[in-house]
Design a protein around this ligand. Structure first.
Ligand code: EPZ
Length: 418
């Protein structure tokens, strides 16, 4: 089992160029099957989830080549419309291929994505929307079978502003006949990046970033080049690591406008934050970090669920009581028991966690239970007295590119143990 061994107490100080956004590159890679052309994707992060997505593209008959942070995807000879169980089980967010495969092939077969560590992750909103666009869907023997003689635009209202469902609708509707509107659409920056990529291909989409998106179907799409936006969650993770260790950090290649909900909390805790066009500079308070009265996770532009666990680790050493409400996923407090092994004082009741800050945490052997909870354990270890071993770090590698290299370059004592 791979692990990180971290000796706490070093200040995180220095500069980091932030990776491209995992949650932007995954739907954009799915979108490359739409145009049957040659695509070049720049600023692609080196992540396990990207490797799996490349496997899905190859399984569909696409040619994919990775040179450093640049991906070349040629979907001209796509010859399949099925994502096998083995790949779906490796990454449930492969469901994002559904809309794109149907748009290109008018049929698709994928296995039920099932749940994951943070919740049962239903896809009812995805399927309901695709049915409205004219897709016949049958679910049997663990597989979802989709067929569509023709895709026809419709007015789709999402009961919840689901990121994945919004993206699947955009992918399925961009070559449908007529106009599709999505109301109560998710507003995440990664959706805006997907719209930019699709429109560069020749799609006619507007409204991303707002809760109403309009998609006018077109006949043909073309291969393009695109640069992935910075990863706002990874950026906020590094800011919180600096804050946890009384350090200071300069992040480059970020978009501060995507991070207001997160930087606002860091300022409330006493951090000084200075932003420029593509840089953020954080310095920690001279005294102890202050607790945060309430952190409530919400769809964008609210406080992101993905940063909840690293920020909970940060408040676990703050002065006072912080209250977290996790509204997005039903099982996203698994890091709590791991933090308590290090001396954190946290009480959970349903979707609420009450964190009583302690002076310091103590090193221990802990586990990453899921991607962002794993990042929370790294943050706690950096701030703790003594040595911490974080096990099961495969979860962390899904979303953080070479996290130990970036943190070591800023003074952390962290080793990867194979
Ligand atoms: C995306 O997941 C992200 N993943 C998640 O990031 C992120 O936490 C989430 O959006 C919320 O921002 C990717 O983009 C690959 P949702 P997604 O559909 O699309 C319910 C990370 O750590 N729902 O917005 O799956 C669902 O159960 C990951 O990088 C339905 O009920 O999120 C959840 O409660 C974790 N029916 C809520 O909506 C549906 O059909 C939000 O889900 C779909 C979703």
């Amino acid at each position: 089992m791979n692990s990180f061994v971290i000796k706490g107490g070093n200040k995180i100080e220095g500069e980091i160029e932030v990776q491209g956004a995992k949650n932007a590159v995954l739907p954009i890679l799915a979108a490359t099957v739409l145009n049957g052309g040659k695509n070049i994707i720049y600023n692609c992060p080196g992540l396990r989830d990207v490797e799996i997505t490349i496997d899905v593209l190859k399984n569909l008959g696409c040619k994919v080549e990775k040179r450093g942070k640049t991906l070349f995807v040629d979907s001209e000879n796509m010859n399949g419309c099925t994502i096998p169980d083995t790949l779906m089980r490796q990454m449930r967010s492969s469901i994002i291929f559904l809309g794109a495969i149907i748009a290109r092939c008018k049929e698709a077969v994928v296995s039920m994505p099932g749940g994951c560590e943070i919740g049962n992750r239903p896809i009812d909103l995805h399927l309901k929307a695709l049915r409205q666009l004219g897709v016949e869907i049958t679910e049997a023997h663990g597989y979802i079978n989709c067929k569509a003689d023709k895709l026809k635009g419709d007015n789709i209202h999402l009961d919840f502003p689901s990121v994945g469902a919004t993206e699947n609708i955009m992918l399925a509707a961009c070559m449908a006949e007529g106009i599709t509107t999505v109301t109560n659409a998710a507003r995440e920056p990664e959706i805006v990046d997907l719209e930019a990529f699709l429109n560069r291909m020749g799609a006619k989409i507007s409204g991303s970033g707002s809760n109403v998106i309009r998609i006018e179907g077109v006949k043909k799409l073309y291969g393009v080049e695109h640069q992935i936006i910075p990863d706002r969650i990874v950026a906020a993770t590094y800011l919180s690591c600096a804050a946890a260790t009384k350090g200071s950090i300069i992040l480059k290649h970020v978009n501060p406008n995507h991070m207001n909900a997160m930087t606002a909390v860091l300022k409330e805790m006493g951090c000084k934050i200075y932003t420029e066009k593509s840089r953020i500079i954080l310095s920690s308070p001279v005294n102890r970090l202050k607790a945060v009265k309430r952190i409530v996770t919400m769809p964008y532009p609210g406080f992101p669920t993905d940063i909840q666990s690293p920020f909970m680790a940060l408040t676990s050493i703050a002065d006072g009581t912080s209250v977290f409400v996790e509204n997005i996923f039903e099982n996203r407090f698994q890091h709590v028991e791991e933090l308590m092994r290090m001396g954190a004082d946290i009480k959970v009741d349903g979707r609420i966690a009450v964190v009583q800050g302690v002076e310091s945490l103590g090193g221990a052997t802990v586990r990453a239970k899921e991607l962002r909870g794993g990042a929370a354990m790294i943050l706690a270890a950096l701030a703790a007295d003594g040595v911490t071993t974080v096990e099961d770090i495969k979860y962390i590698d899904r979303g953080y590119e070479s996290i130990e290299k970036y943190l070591s370059s800023c003074g952390a004592n962290i080793q990867r143990k194979e």
